[in-house]
Design a protein around this ligand. Structure first.
Ligand SMILES: CC(C)(COP(=O)(O)OP(=O)(O)OC[C@H]1O[C@@H](n2cnc3c(N)ncnc32)[C@H](O)[C@@H]1OP(=O)(O)O)[C@@H](O)C(=O)NCCC(=O)NCCS
Length: 321
């Protein structure tokens, strides 16, 4: 007999947030893939109109499932996880139904953050349980995010490539460069559903993460007519991310975001900035470079394939057709 788990909808206090982190960690060690990505984890403490947290627990109170619905974009995005020891009991189906109801309720004002949006659900790693679950729920794959990797050779401590004529390469300066970076990021990712919508608060949240290192966040700024740097309007940027606590000799360094301002695209800056990122990561002792890219972003895929990256995993977003 299936017994519905009690669910709780609403903001998470510190203990509930910790329980969701523990659920995500237990799932990752069992499945080999983290079920919740960076943004939902950063959002665990967020109590706002555009976000809904739903927790499922046992009668004794332990957290066995979680879904987060983020309604800040054009579609509502959900990440859903059920503890491996509590699967095939209908909990996933119940949380999905709750999330869909939350997302698709008629909008009251049509403002961003309101309801009335189709729901998309991420399946990180697109493992068999997620595929079977999506099939049973009548969902179809609508978006693919690829995880690419390539080995790095730290031994040679490669030099950071020089900026081409007319440009300067330098480290990002928190606060002073915030506005310029938000501008170039929004332009470079105008059609990207999440990255292009980054706000100053999103940027600040990342700058205060333990992994943040301004030395691994490069800006390429054009020189102005007098040969000085035009700091307000960067032409390109390359942001790397290395999670602390990884052992020496087996360390992943991420090409976290690469963006080229549309007016500067086609000049080879994407390729140059990729080389900058790879050299930086190798110099910091990373043994593997990794990155995420949209499955339909042909120019970016070509840039990364040329730089030696191959596919290591795939993340899929499912939606009702
Ligand atoms: C996917 C996931 C949420 C399913 O949770 P769950 O509580 O086990 O799902 P349910 O019990 O509600 O399953 C509903 C139906 O989905 C299908 N399904 C679920 N798991 C399946 C599996 N491993 N293989 C095949 N079909 C499966 C079945 O048809 C099932 O109905 P049934 O048990 O009566 O046959 C869970 O495996 C999980 O947390 N995976 C990691 C995170 C993830 O991938 N999330 C994204 C989901 S799109």
């Amino acid at each position: 007999m299936r017994i519905a788990a009690p669910i709780e909808i609403g903001p998470l206090d510190a203990d509930a947030q910790q329980a969701v982190r523990a659920l995500a960690a237990a799932t990752e060690s069992r499945d080999g893939v983290a079920p919740l990505s960076e943004q939902p984890l950063l959002n665990l403490g967020t109590d706002a109109e555009w976000i809904t947290h739903v927790v499922a627990h046992t009668k004794a109170g332990s957290t066995i499932g979680y879904v987060q619905v983020d309604r800040s974009g054009e579609t509502a995005s959900a990440e859903l996880v059920i503890h491996p020891e509590h699967r095939r009991n209908g909990h996933g189906r119940m949380l999905l139904k709750t999330a869909e109801r939350d997302a698709t309720l008629p909008s009251r004002s049509g403002e961003p953050g309101q309801h009335g949006k189709p729901l998309r659900v991420w399946a990180h790693g697109d493992l068999e349980p997620a595929r079977g679950f999506a099939r049973a729920a009548g969902l179809r794959a609508v978006r693919e995010l690829r995880f690419l990797a390539r080995p790095l050779d730290a031994a040679g401590a490669p030099r950071i490539p020089a900026a081409p004529a007319g440009y300067r390469l330098r480290a990002f300066r928190p606060v002073a460069d915030d506005a310029g970076w938000l501008r170039v990021n929004a332009r470079a990712f105008a059609t990207h559903p999440e990255q292009g919508r980054m706000t100053r608060d999103d940027l600040r949240a990342r700058l205060s993460e333990p992994w943040f290192d301004p030395e691994g966040f490069f800006l390429l700024v054009p020189e102005d007519a007098e040969g000085g740097p035009d700091d307000a309007d960067p032409a390109a940027f390359l942001w790397t991310k290395t999670e602390p606590g990884q052992p020496d000799g087996a360390r992943d360094g991420e090409i976290y975001v690469l963006g080229v301002e549309p007016g500067h695209q086609g000049e080879g800056l994407g390729r140059l900035m990729t080389e900058v990122g790879l050299a930086h990561l190798a110099r910091t002792g990373a043994t593997r470079a990794v990155l995420y890219v949209e499955g339909d972003n042909a120019p970016a895929l070509a840039t990364y394939e040329r730089a030696g990256f191959t596919r290591a995993a795939v993340h899929v977003q499912y939606a009702r057709p």
